[in-house]
Design a protein around this ligand. Structure first.
Ligand SMILES: Cc1ncc(C[n+]2csc(CCOP(=O)(O)OP(=O)(O)O)c2C)c(N)n1
Ligand SMILES: [Mg+2]
Length: 216
């Protein structure tokens, strides 16, 4: 990776941090109603992964989606517009913090379901594989809805998602070669875990991964 790329990645990480700080103050002061889950502190994960992706690769997200969306190359003004419920937002202001999608950068959506991105990524990876081998149109074109044949689908999830049944099923599909997706889990230290996390039947991320045969 050259200096230019490193600088661009550092700028994107800084953009995410500043964006999240602003968002935090907007929510805590009540300017934006409701709640939001910040991505601050994890910028390097998303930006590092996105540095290896192309714009026509796909990504699924979590309830901490703004960081992923910005790392994938989204326009911060349109992300903020979405959070303000404006029609200029990526989901026309109807998705808000946890339900934004942006087809233009291959962002298949944030969502509030723990591990919810896992089945979406598995389905998208299967769709890429199926459309890649589909015949071309009569005039030799790939067709409007056809993904790039080498498209990659990346799935971000927290360690909470690794305790969900869909994680085990998706890992089995992946290992059996039924689909081609990459899964990136990040873990929260025990000290920071929420009450609900402690109630999940979950040990540690490496334990869950080894249970399914996935490399940790
Ligand atoms: C299916 C489901 N069960 C429970 C919840 C309630 N819940 C909200 S956040 C959360 C913890 C998620 O932990 P993790 O995936 O590690 O993400 P983190 O918040 O640590 O980034 C839970 C259990 C949920 N949103 N979805
Ligand atoms: Mg966690």
């Amino acid at each position: 990776m050259d200096d230019k790329q490193l600088l661009a990645d550092y700028r994107r990480m800084l953009l995410i941090r500043r964006f999240e700080e602003k968002l935090d103050s907007l929510f805590t002061s009540g300017v934006i109603k409701g709640t939001s889950h910040l991505y601050a502190g994890q910028e390097a994960v998303a930006v590092g992964v996105c540095a290896a992706l192309r714009s026509n690769d796909f990504m699924t997200s979590t309830h901490r989606g703004h960081g992923h969306l910005l790392a994938k190359g989204a326009d911060p003004k349109r992300v903020m517009a979405e959070l303000f419920g404006k029609s200029t937002g990526y989901s026309k202001g109807r998705g808000g913090s946890q339900h934004t999608a942006c087809a233009a950068v291959g962002f298949l959506g944030s969502n509030g379901i723990t591990g919810g991105g896992i089945p979406i990524a598995t389905g998208a990876a299967l769709a890429v594989q199926m459309t890649a081998s589909a015949p071309l149109t009569k005039d030799g074109h790939a067709g409007r809805n056809r993904a790039h044949p080498d498209a990659v689908v990346v799935c971000f999830f927290g360690e909470g998602g690794a305790s969900m049944a869909c994680f085990t099923r998706a890992s089995t599909w992946r290992e059996s070669g039924n689909c081609r997706s990459s899964m990136f889990a990040k873990t929260t230290s025990m000290r920071c875990r929420s009450h609900c996390m402690r109630n999940l039947r979950f040990k540690t991320l490496p334990t869950e991964l080894s249970r399914t045969g996935c490399p940790a």
